[in-house]
Design a protein around this ligand. Sequence first.
Ligand code: FEO
Length: 171
Amino acid sequence: MNRKIEEAFNDQLNAELHSAYLYLSMAGHFDSANLKGFGNWMKVQIQEEMLHVMKFYDFIINRGGNVSLKPIGAVETKWDTPLSAFEATYKHECYISGRINNLMKLAREENENAAIIFLEWFVTEQVEEEATADEKVRELRMIGDSGPGLFILDRELAQRVFTPPAAGAGA
Ligand code: FEO
């Protein structure tokens, strides 16, 4: 496997694990505040991140590379409001999108066609990741300080379920 790609993909695997860790922290924050719907939304988000982790894992292995796990950085444990947690989520997803774009640039420079095709799935996925978080930020801004509004949104977020991609899609 191309060594630069191997190293960069291992770094991204770590960044995806770090994302799961961040959302696990948010899930704990919401669940302990009895906002179980918000907690559920974050737990589904963890599953999304673990799917991303395993995609990088499989790609590295399939290309004959080595998976090398690194420490996962500490994450925040408290947010002042649900809005601030979702603003942090949106900001984090924009950061991850930037990382994916950098990986794509590297893959192009290295003429790694398999990596380019693999990363295309992530480019599309990040559009969705940003949009989903941004939608919640907008809803929470609309709700403002309304307790009933928060209560209704919590019920809605309780309905979120993890939907694995269809077999073969971006695998
Ligand atoms: Fe793996 Fe939420 O980006």
